[in-house]
Design a binder for this molecule. Sequence first.
Ligand code: DGL
Length: 265
Amino acid sequence: MAPRAPIGIFDSGIGGLTVANAIVNILPHETLFYFGDTAHVPYGGKSAETVIRYSHDIVSFLLDQGCKAIVVACNTASAAALASLRHTWPLVPIIGMEPAVKPASSATQTGVIGVLATRGTFSSERYANLVDRFGHGITVLENPCIGLVELIEAGLVEDAITENFLQQILTPMLDKGADTFVLGCTHYPLVRPLIERIIPPSATIIDPAPAVARQLQRRLQHLSLLSDQRTDDHRFFVSGDPHAFHTMAKRFFLADFLLEQHLIY
Ligand code: DGL
């Protein structure tokens, strides 16, 4: 596999752009091929089997495009499908993500953390193991934020409706003493400014995207797969409406890109 080959990255929709931005920040010589599965967003309420099927189809497509590595820029897909993706493609570096319970457990002063993720992530074995390992001696408050991904996909990231929604989720957590908040879904950093308006400035917000980008960098370095030069445009593929996605990607992705609609189902 050539170092200048693209990196494949996917999410159910625009959430993975928060991870793509973190990658572009530290690895400017890499080319990203991003797949947004907007025909099926949200993943959060779907069965693990369904999310596994979507994830396999997308990774298969990205590898057909010549990608040298895959970033699962979605906590829900990582929770459901990461093990089976790695099993199916053992030679491909596949980077996944998980809610940052571990760093949150070190950061909290009050011993209470709030985790915002999706139903799929919370009901996974991977998440249960995470809390088993790092949740000892602290209180882990969870909220699946049902409907938040849809608000974000609709572009309502600065709107009163979304702020009220977040208020309903965060206020009970603050009342119970939470001082550290884990953004356990890649869509949620897009409403970070609203979250910051609700929680006190002394509270900590943990977005794992920069850590995922660093992990990718380490893996590529280890495999001598880091690119020294970008030879292609970043390319975006979307299974749903390309126009809506284009508008959102222009708004949230830091770099220029080409967009294609791709129906893989
Ligand atoms: N952005 C995804 C995640 O990190 C999925 C959200 C969804 O589609 O429900 O979990």
